[in-house]
Structures are given as structure tokens and as C-alpha cells.
Design a protein around this ligand. Sequence first.
Ligand SMILES: Cc1cc2nc3c(=O)[nH]c(=O)nc-3n(C[C@H](O)[C@H](O)[C@H](O)COP(=O)(O)OP(=O)(O)OC[C@H]3O[C@@H](n4cnc5c(N)ncnc54)[C@H](O)[C@@H]3O)c2cc1C
Ligand code: FES
Length: 287
Amino acid sequence: MKNYKTIVLSNHEISPDYFRMRILSPGFAAKAQPGQFVMVRTELMLPTMLRRPFGIFRVGCLPAECDGLPPREYMEILYKVVGQGTKILSELHQGDRVELLGPLGSGFDLGTPGKAKLLVGGGIGLVPLFMLGEALIKRGEKVRLLMGGRTRDDILAVTEFERSGVETYVSTDDGSLGENGLVTKVLERKLGKHPDAEVFACGPTPMLSAVANMCAAHNVSLQVSLEAHMACGVGACLGCVVKGVGHSDSNPHYLCTCKAGPVFNAADLDWGKAVVAGSDCAGGGCK
Ligand SMILES: Cc1cc2nc3c(=O)[nH]c(=O)nc-3n(C[C@H](O)[C@H](O)[C@H](O)COP(=O)(O)OP(=O)(O)OC[C@H]3O[C@@H](n4cnc5c(N)ncnc54)[C@H](O)[C@@H]3O)c2cc1C
Ligand code: FES
């Protein structure tokens, strides 16, 4: 993990309220694992504002240019504007300064070679799945992405997944793109066809909870990437804890999403508590 003082290479709106930011990140690509995240801030944020966590969407390298610029390593985040911090990020331009802390957390385990890999993304939850898909394809796996959103505006980067070799299935709640209905309906069908599949999911908690129930019913392994509220990102504030299984209510077992996760085996989490525990932990949040 390193603190990078760096600059924005580009920052564009790719769908209403969704942005894609490319950040110069020398030496970063070799370190980042699928499912890890970064904490981002800019000097335009008030000094009292904390860094904001974002999944690493992809890493790459711009080739050397004929004007003498050397190859430039970059990382990209995809983000939705939901509040003050993301609004400020959305207003950054090429050349503006940003600070990145990362890569942080523990990412996805690539699972057992040869088993069907089903990636399930809900809205912006597709972010940590791109590098995962790339890594699995590189290993020669057959990878399918089931991508769900409320409307077509929430379906992002599908062609990019396809170009990387991932087979994609899109569903929207209002039927404006792909199949009409929830992504879990598509998952149920795919699990019927691939009973030995391994599932990897990221998205809103109700979606993850439904996916966890379905995978448990099919006796299929599931890794989930959680997006708990985070303040420090490095295990110091206990603002991101979730409840693990195996302990009693009087002796609860908490896990820091930023250190033990953000990727967890679904079977290790207490889904009965809807996984979000920040409100009832001893440490409390400091956001
Ligand atoms: C590991 C991790 C990876 C993430 N990856 C991405 C990503 O790739 N793209 C992306 O757009 N967002 C991602 N998020 C969520 C992102 O960090 C928040 O949306 C962002 O911090 C909001 O900052 P803000 O100042 O704009 O909003 P705030 O003013 O802090 O909050 C605005 C609203 O958003 C809600 N909110 C804030 N943080 C979260 C959160 N973590 N989960 C759910 N709701 C939240 C608040 O409750 C509030 O209602 C990730 C979060 C985590 C922990
Ligand atoms: S965000 Fe501070 S401990 Fe996880």
C-alpha cells in the first residue's frame, strides 16, 4: 500500500451521474489485485472530508508517444455521483491533482480452475468484476457476467467486458435494456445449467443477500465484495465492520471490511443482520 500524489488523466460522464476517471499511477498496475480498492481525495475537498473508497476498475499503460512522453501506467475508477465527495470528483479535469491510497484490502480468490465462473454485478457493483474477469480469462476460464440495473442508464461497460472475452447477460428492472427483471432471475437459470459454478458478486446489499440465499440453496460457493461505509480504509477506525458467523449475540464476531475484505466468502458473513454492522459495533464509525 502506498500514498500516491498524482494527477487525473481524464474524467468523463459515461451515463447520467456515472463517471469514469483515469489516474496516472506509476508502479500501481503490478500491485493491484482484482477486488482491491483505493481511497481517493483531492485538495478541492474540504480538509475535514475523508478520503472516499472506490473499487479499482482496471489498470493499464498508455504507450510512449512520439512527442517524447514515456509510457504511463494508469488505473481507472468508475463512480456514481451520490453526495458531496463524488460531486467534487466529477468536476476534476485532466491535470488536476488527486491523492490515492492503495491498493487496499483483500481481493478475490480466483477459485477452482475449470469450474464455470458466474460474475454477478448490480449497477456500479460491476467495478471490481472487470479485473477479475480479465484474470480468469487469462487463466483460460469460461466467464459469464450477469449484469443488472434499475434502467439502461445503470448498465455500464458491458462492451468492455465482452471485448475482454467475457460472455454477458444484461437485465433491467424496467426492461429498458436486456431481459426484464432482476439479475437474480438470470442467476437462478444459470445455476440450473451450471450446478458446479462458482459465483462472484458485487452490488447493493439486498441483491447480495438474495444471491447469497440462492447460492446457499444450490450449494454453490460465493464470494462477495462489500461496499460498507469507510472512514480510514486501513483498519484503524472500525467504521466498516460487518458481522461474521460463528459467534453468539452476546459475543459477536466483527470483521473489518477494509482489511478482512472487501471480498468475503459469503458463508463467513451473518446475512441475518443484513451484513451492515457499523451501527451496532463497539468501535462506531468516524465518518
Ligand atoms: C470498498 C468500496 C468500494 C467502492 N467502490 C465504488 C465504486 O467503484 N464506484 C462507486 O461509485 N462507489 C463505490 N463505493 C461507494 C463510494 O465510496 C461512495 O459512494 C462514496 O464514498 C460516496 O461519497 P460522497 O461524499 O459522494 O457521498 P456521501 O455524502 O458520503 O454520501 C451520500 C449518500 O451515499 C451513501 N453512501 C456513502 N458511502 C456509501 C457506501 N460505501 N455504500 C453505500 N452507500 C453509501 C450515504 O449513505 C448517503 O446516502 C465503494 C465503497 C467501498 C467501501
Ligand atoms: S474503514 Fe476504518 S477500519 Fe475499516
